[in-house]
Design a protein around this ligand. Sequence first.
Ligand code: 0X9
Ligand code: CA
Ligand code: CA
Ligand code: ZN
Length: 422
Amino acid sequence: MKKMLLFLSFIGILMGPVGAQYFTDREIIRVEKNPEVLKELRELNLDLLMEKDGRIYIVASPNDLIALSARNIPYDIESSKFYPEERNAFTIQSGVNGQFHSYIELERDLMALADAYPELAQVIDIGDSLEQRNIYALKISDNVGMQESEASVIFLGCHHAREWISVEVPYLFGKYLVENYATNTEVKRLVDNSEIWIVPLVNPDGLEYSIHFYRYWRKNMRNNGDGTYGIDLNRNYGYKWGWDNLGSSPNSASEVYRGTGPFTEPEIQAVRDLFSQKNFQALVSYHSYSQVILYPWGYTGNASDKEDVLFEIGDKMSQLMEPVNGRYYEADRAGAGFYLTNGDTTDWSFGVYGIPSYTIELPPDSRITGEFFNSESDIQPIFNENLPAALYLIDWSIQTYPAQAKTSQSQTRQQKHSLKIK
Ligand code: 0X9
Ligand code: CA
Ligand code: CA
Ligand code: ZN
């Protein structure tokens, strides 16, 4: 209850002036969230504010209200609840998160892609977050409804709530692939010969909290039971989990708190369970900020026995990226060049499955150049420069896959096992 009051008053401060001073014809409305309404909403271009307790809040113009009525979507006008006693000046262009996706906006846009390209794209719910939001994967392939013997690559975004740009890059990648399939022969070749799995929002609860309460939130929303909240989802994977207290923390208040055991968090279980059903050849996990490409190990400063190939692929991606906008992403071993981490995504996917695994830290390159606050006008350029690297990694995966593909499923598993790094 306290949380709800805090929530309403905070939103009140933010939204009041929007109604009062800038867009006097706008109303904040709410609609029930159910499959019928979601389907209708997908076709309307509305300014979705947030989702709370099974309801979707929308900043609606008079025309939006007419459109909703025409579609028989019932709504309640909630504007009065969002007006504070004092109307301070606040400028908000399009909700608190601007062009960046909230959970509900991402859900809508992923569903819209799958609706528009049903032969190429499917939205798959791979698990629930702590607060019961869905963790969505966008699967892209030819014959997307079938499980074919094809190379597969996974792209993950937003383990860390405040890294909003890390949702946009994998989302835009999925959008790019389906929209260019028909006209771009290289895109068609890659999509026809692989399965591309995109999970743009691993930490939906954290992202919502970052948007509506505290922009710097990093962890998930686990109630640790001691007055602290959150586990660092990029410290909860099960390879060398809790290896030392340098690369993660046993203290619940820490920003790099690893939790009480490996894979305790449902968001990370969802990724683990997807891996157990697939046979991924490569992984990218997007984060921000630093503008670097990092590969294992992260738990130790030592090189793995695949150092050469990991660097080679990472450096190739870097070289493909730089010409696009002139931004150089240095490829480096995480534990050597960056800092130690244990229980992170890439140590696990490399350590357990032996596949090339990269953390791409998106721009900016430093704190003084903007840290987690990418400008909306930089979303597209950042995606553009990451595109050739993602395409390259899929191509690499296809090239390396045929030998395995010819063997039976059980032999494939065995081969995977023999690639395992100790
Ligand atoms: O600390 C992290 O989880 C990542 N950096 S961030 O600023 N986005 O939080 C880096 C993870 C890099 N991976 C390893 N060092 N293994
Ligand atoms: Ca296919
Ligand atoms: Ca195919
Ligand atoms: Zn991060």
